[in-house]
Design a protein around this ligand. Structure first.
Ligand code: DC
Length: 222
């Protein structure tokens, strides 16, 4: 039986960085499910669709192929119609589009089996918004990771600046607040902790402290 660890929480709480490092330490596969929603967002954007074109996004689904794969460094990559789009999905524009498409039930259904299959055969740490509540309700460990909006916006800002992108902190903060609201108020699979989730707040912590805190929780529960 494989072991699944679910990590949910809002954008910028440090889920992906912390989960990736913890997975490496434990020898688990790290699965970033946000990349799947971003890929649908990218596919929709490429077709000239906007956040309001729900029917067109749904109509697009049967014609696209979305896959998760791993490169030679064992890092996750995401493929859209066989093209590696892992780098193209990390822009603020695609973040907002990903949030919009993730509120469409058909999009969530389209990605459900893909996510569940990843946890079937391998030990995984899977991060997202509804992993502990919907995707893997039987996960062995569920963690809900959060931090203040300001702290999360600062982290995302530093990340994008480091990648050479021209962004403003204020814009990132309002994006974070808007996405939090949209992700937690949508009707389907809203962002919320599972009843049996362990709550962890990383505000003001450096990465090493947060990773160690999570590793301790994981080792205690595996
Ligand atoms: O984690 P992220 O920022 O890459 O996620 C992008 C968007 O996808 C985010 O606005 C919420 C959505 N998402 C979701 O609804 N369910 C998931 N399991 C993962 C992401």
């Amino acid at each position: 039986m494989s072991i699944a660890i679910a990590i949910d929480g809002p954008a910028g709480a440090g889920k992906s960085t912390i989960a990736r490092l913890a997975a490496k330490e434990l020898g688990f596969i790290y699965v970033d499910t946000g990349a799947l929603y971003r890929t649908i967002g990218l596919a929709a954007t490429r077709r000239g669709l906007t956040a309001d074109d729900q029917a067109a996004v749904i109509a697009m689904l049967p014609s696209i192929k979305v896959e998760l794969a791993f490169n030679e460094k064992q890092e996750q990559i995401v493929l859209l119609d066989d093209e590696d789009v892992s780098g193209l999905i990390r822009t603020p524009e695609i973040s907002m589009m990903a949030s919009a498409v993730s509120a469409i039930p058909e999009v969530r259904a389209f990605l459900l089996d893909l996510q569940r299959n990843m946890a079937h055969t391998d030990n995984v740490i899977m991060d997202g918004r509804d992993i502990g509540t919907v995707v893997l309700p039987d996960a062995k460990i569920k963690i809900f990771l959060s931090a203040s909006p300001e702290c999360r916006a600062r982290r995302r800002y530093d990340e994008l600046i480091e990648k050479g992108m021209d962004v403003k902190y204020e814009d990132i903060l309002s994006d974070v607040i808007a996405r939090d609201y949209a992700d937690s108020h949508r009707e389907i699979a809203p962002l919320m902790p599972a009843a049996d989730a362990i709550m962890v707040d990383t505000s003001g912590e450096d990465l090493e402290t947060s990773v160690n805190k999570l590793l301790q929780i994981m080792r205690d529960h595996i």
